[in-house]
Structures are given as C-alpha cells and as structure tokens.
Design a protein around this ligand. Structure first.
Ligand code: PMP
Length: 429
C-alpha cells in the first residue's frame, strides 16, 4: 500500500462535521481499529481509495453490487434515467416493471417500493399489526432488520459489532411489544406462542441470518415458524433484504422454498441506489393505503434512478451470474480456510449459498450467543493485513463476505496472494 494520508485527512475532517466521521457505524473501523479508506471510485471487483490504492472488494456495498461495480448496463440505465429527470412524485413505468420483476422471481403477489431496508421491515411490521389487529412481534437475537425502534432489541450488524445491548433513544414503550428469542430455538418460539399466541402479530426473521456472521436456519426451522404462525393466526415476515436476489435469483426462498406471508427486499434490487421493497399475499397487501387503511408513503419511493438501476441489475442477474458469484465465493472461502488452517488459527466457515462468513472460533455457530464467542482481536489483525495486501474485507467479524460476478480469476489471484499474510497476522495476534 502506498499511503492512507488522504483517507486520514478526510476522516479527521469528517469527524468534525459527521458523528464518528461516517454515515453508517460499521464503516468507521471501530471493531478493527485504524482509519477507514475513503473510496473515490470502483469498477468491477475493485475499489480505489482517495490515496489511489486499489483493493479487491469483498464488501460489495454490503450486498447490492452482485454484477460488480460500475457495470456498464447499470451505469447506462442510470444515466438514461437521470437525463429524463430525477424524481417526479408521480407513478412511472419503471416502478411497474420492477414490481413485476420482483413478483416473477419471488413468492410475493404484490409489492410496495420504498427506499431502504429499514423502511421495508418497519412498514411490513406495521402492516402485520394492522392486518392482524395485534401488537406483539417476535424477533431473534442477532438478526438485524434495520434501525427502527421496535427492531433494535438484540440486533446484529453494527449493534452486534459494537456490543450494544440496546440503543438509548429507544423507549421502553417502543420495545415493550417486541419478544426477543434465541435464533434456531424452536421450543422457545413454541413457548412464546403458547403464552402470548393471541397477541402476536408476526414473527420477523432473516430468511437466513447474515448479520451475526452467517448462521443458517436449522433444517426445518423456517418451515416450523411458518406452521406455528399459521396455527396462531400470526404472520411470518421473511426478511430477504440481504439474501433476496443474491443467494439465488429469488433469494433464500429459492433455496428452502418457505414463503413468508410478507417478505422484505433491498440491496440487490436497487443495484446500488436507494431502493427496497416489502410484499406478500395480496389479501394482506390490500390493507395498505390507498387500497386499505394502513398508511405508508415516500417522496422518493420508486425513484426513477433507483428503479432503473434495480431493473438493470435484476435483468443482468442471470443464472450464469449466480454461477459465477457461487464459484468466486467458494474459491475465496476455500482460500481463507486453507490459509487459517495452515497457520493454526481457530476458525469456523459457515455458508449460505454464495454467502459465507468466518468465525474466529471453533465449533458450530447456531445462534448469537455462539457468534459472540469469537476472537475479535485476531480478526482485526487478519483484516488489516488483508487490507495492506490489497483486499478489503468487511471491517467486522459479524458480517458476511460478499462476492460479485465481476470477481474474475485476476481478482481471485490477488485474494490468494493476500490471505496467507492475513492468516499469519491473525496467528501472531
Ligand atoms: N434487513 C436485513 C436482513 C439487512 O441485512 C439490512 C441491512 N444490512 C436491513 C434490513 C436494513 O437495510 P438498510 O440498511 O437498507 O436500511
């Protein structure tokens, strides 16, 4: 690496005007220490920072960039849309086409576009409460569903990275109706329903959790959740913000086939612009304004640039793309585990389709408590050595590693060169 002087300067300037110097906490490198790289541009599998250093990108904007950065079809679609005006506050053809594409690929019958995953899950919860006339919701510790008040209890992602038990500013009233259970713990779900079944509006779960590292559902976990919800008249909300259109052309639904009554999407469907969605059974979605009484709205919902980027991305996400992403993910996972094994660093690879993460601990991770047993210090050393050797990993061991179809042999070769250095640093930490 040449230098990180300009990133350091920018981080200092940012710290004066932006809390913690970043606009989303995990970007700050708090868990791994050091200065976040300020990115100037990206192309294919590579990021270039403000100092001119190039990295193989294993974050991919935390999921959206499944085609790689600055994909020509996406860039062209956004440029064409921008030239026609950036926002109208009135409906467009692009919104219809994006909704049709989502309905065609997934289990949902109808879909409403929003601008972030947080909005999608927050709105799905409101709709579930409006539809059932009930107040309580069930979520699982270590699952992250965005930062709305009622869903921040025992959350994954940045909340896990920073070890926050919950967030100041979230009132007791906002979480009083949130029941938090251990992930993969079906007996706990059964008990919660036995005690509160007629008050529970919904269970929300990541279709396959990826925000405490990758912790796949045990064999019939999602199926049993669906059956329990049905038995008690509650709704199952499958959060596919991260997995949707990434782990298969539909999402985790394409792998385990369990349809949520409501499903949330984001990331890939926006192609790197702010677009997300929630959808589900038509009879439930019919309760949403203006068709029904449950209110939900957005000035920039279905924004023409975001829908153009999303459509171009989904249309580009062919079977061949998923095969390439799968191959790249398998290759990187194998390289990382081989390097760590060679250095005798305790680790555990967990995969979910083309997503994977590596826990710096021994033994299977089935829930958040197990995920928290890892050696964060070793990950920090691993992360920085990889960065020094031109590979930008997620700056937290609670996050998945993301590949794209643009991660070709040349990029994978660079990862192969960097990871042994990273593993050595982890061994010495
Ligand atoms: N749900 C899941 C499963 C997520 O992974 C995320 C973001 N990582 C969200 C919801 C929130 O999405 P956003 O950051 O777009 O608000």
């Amino acid at each position: 690496m040449t230098s990180d002087r300009i990133s350091q300067e920018l981080f200092t300037r940012a710290g004066a005007v932006v809390p913690g110097g970043v606009n989303s906490p995990v970007r700050a490198f708090r868990a791994v220490g050091g200065t976040p790289r300020f990115i100037a541009s990206a192309r294919g599998p590579y990021l270039t920072d403000a100092d001119g250093n190039e990295y193989v990108d294993l974050i991919c904007s935390w999921g959206p960039m499944i085609l790689g950065h600055a994909h020509p079809a996406v860039v062209e679609a956004v440029q064409r849309a921008a030239a026609l005006g950036t926002s109208y506050g009135a409906p467009t053809r692009g919104e219809v086409e994006l909704a049709e594409e989502i309905v065609e690929r997934t289990s949902v019958e109808q879909v409403r576009l929003v601008s972030s995953g947080t909005e999608a899950t927050m709105s799905a919860i409101r709709l579930a409460r409006g539809f059932t006339g009930r107040s309580k919701i069930v979520k699982f510790s270590g699952c992250y569903h965005g930062h709305s008040d009622g869903l921040l209890a025992s959350a994954g992602s940045g909340v896990a990275t920073f070890g926050l038990p919950d967030s100041p500013g979230v009132t007791g009233a906002a979480t009083a109706d949130t029941i938090v259970l251990g992930y993969n713990d079906l007996p706990a779900v059964e008990e919660a329903f036995a005690a509160n079944g007629d008050e529970i509006a919904c269970v929300i779960t990541e279709a396959c959790p990826a925000n405490m590292g990758i912790v796949p559902p045990l064999d019939d976990f999602n199926l049993r959740l669906k059956a329990i919800c049905a038995q008690y008249g509650a709704l199952l909300i499958m959060d596919e913000v991260l997995t949707g259109f990434r782990v298969s052309r539909s999402g985790w639904y394409g792998i385990d086939g369990v349809a949520g009554d409501l499903v949330t999407f984001g990331k890939v469907m926006g192609g790197g612009l702010p677009a997300a969605a929630f959808g589900g059974r038509a009879d439930i979605m019919a309760k949403l304004a203006p068709a029904g009484p449950v209110y939900q709205a957005g000035t920039l919902s279905g924004n023409p640039l975001a829908t153009a980027a999303g459509l171009a991305t989904l249309r580009g996400a062919t079977d061949e793309v998923y095969a390439r992403v799968g191959h790249a993910a398998e290759t990187v996972a194998a390289l990382a585990t081989a390097a760590l094994a060679k250095e005798g660093v305790p680790h555990r690879l967990q995969t979910a389709g083309n997503l994977f993460s590596i826990f710096f601990a021994d033994g299977e991770v089935r829930d958040f408590a197990a995920a928290q047993r890892q050696d964060v210090k070793r990950y920090a050393a691993f992360f920085h050595a990889a960065l020094e050797h031109g590979v930008h990993l997620p700056p937290s061991s609670y996050e998945a590693w993301f590949l794209s179809a643009a991660h070709d042999d040349a990029a994978l070769e660079r990862v192969a060169e960097a990871l042994p250095h990273a593993a050595r640093a982890a061994a010495e930490a």
